[in-house]
Design a protein around this ligand. Structure first.
Ligand code: NAP
Length: 302
């Protein structure tokens, strides 16, 4: 098995991405130690309590586990709430990953930190860029969430200059969690007509595929920054059309602007990530976003 004997610590283990990642790490033979804000159980394994903003607790846990890899999926992911809860967002997304990285720098081991397309797009989401952002591009974070996630990246890279792997992804959707696909399926039961934003372009990414990629990146001991999203860039409106078509739901769709929706946080109008570095490393293309929808729907049925 690819990760046989590897001691892997996962933080944010009760979240959406981790719920797909943990079983895959288990299947690859890793010995797992799981942590989240509250105690839980994932795939038959216990999740212990660890607040990544508490450096003393983090140092104690990392010292105990002595992981070969620490995978940080913990985050403050409520993009709109981050605007009014700036301190909490920076604490979890900025200081938290820094705490994990500093603790790990004392024990040795690699850190895989999950980040986001929101490190691009500009403060108000209106950057004029319309070609995919590469891992080497200088970040231009969008909103408080993007800025806090960017701080996390900087903290991790500073504390572990030789031992970090940052994986940026976007528009994540998985069977277990709050996300666009699950929301659309719920809305289709309640509405015959919906208005969906059509002026933001990005790449939906199925968390099962991303989890497979994370397992491979650990196996390959990759370092630095990688972009890992599905292939193709679309609007939320096009995404909704595909979801309803594949799910066999009949909903009339209309476009609306980001302004019409009137959310608290800015959104990148364009946040496609260039995945060619990942495709070169893995020797295969990233999943298409349409296939990601298919796999998500299959996972829900299973
Ligand atoms: N979702 C997306 O569309 C998306 C897109 C691009 C990148 N990402 C990134 O992908 C990663 C995984 O996202 P996700 O959607 O799986 O997130 P998620 O479902 O919100 O999971 C995050 C987990 O972290 C926990 N957490 C929050 N604060 C914590 C703290 N102080 N200490 C320890 N754990 C804490 C959360 O607990 P509570 O639920 O109790 O708060 C939750 O279980 C994140 O880094 C996110 O920024 C997500």
């Amino acid at each position: 098995m690819a990760l046989e004997g590897k001691n892997i610590m996962v933080t944010g283990a009760a979240g959406m991405l981790a719920s797909d990642l943990v079983p895959r790490l288990q299947a690859a033979g890793a010995r797992l130690q799981l942590f989240d804000l509250g105690e839980a159980e994932i795939g038959g394994s216990a999740v212990a309590r660890l607040d990544i903003t508490d450096f003393k607790a983090v140092k104690h846990a990392v010292g105990d586990v002595q992981p070969d890899w620490l995978v940080n999926c913990a985050a403050f992911t409520a993009v709109d709430a981050a605007e009014s809860e700036e301190q909490a967002a920076f604490s979890v997304n900025g200081a938290g990953p820094g705490n994990l990285a500093r603790a790990l720098s004392e024990t040795g081991g690699m850190m895989l930190h999950v980040s986001t397309d929101y490190v691009f797009g500009g403060a108000d989401g209106r950057d004029s860029r319309r070609t995919p952002y590469s891992p080497d591009d200088t970040p231009s974070p969008c909103g408080v969430y993007g800025k806090s996630k960017h701080l996390g990246e900087v903290e991790v890279a500073q504390a572990l200059p030789e031992n970090y792997l940052i994986v940026r992804t976007s528009w994540l959707h998985g069977a277990a969690g709050h996300n666009f696909v699950n929301t659309m399926l719920k809305l289709a039961k309640e509405h015959t007509e919906l208005s969906i934003v059509d002026d933001q372009v990005g790449s939906p990414t199925w968390s099962g595929w991303l989890s497979d990629v994370i397992v491979k990146l650990i196996e390959l001991e990759a370092q630095g920054i990688y972009h890992a999203t599905s292939r193709g860039g679309i609007s939320w409106l096009e995404f909704a059309k595909e979801i309803f078509q594949q799910a066999g739901a009949e909903v009339e769709l209309k476009g609306q602007t980001t302004e019409d929706l009137g959310r608290d946080a800015p959104r990148p109008r364009y946040s496609m990530l260039d995945v060619s570095k990942l495709e070169d490393l893995l020797g295969e293309p990233c999943l298409s976003w349409q296939e990601g929808v298919t796999r998500h729907l299959e996972a829900l049925k299973a």
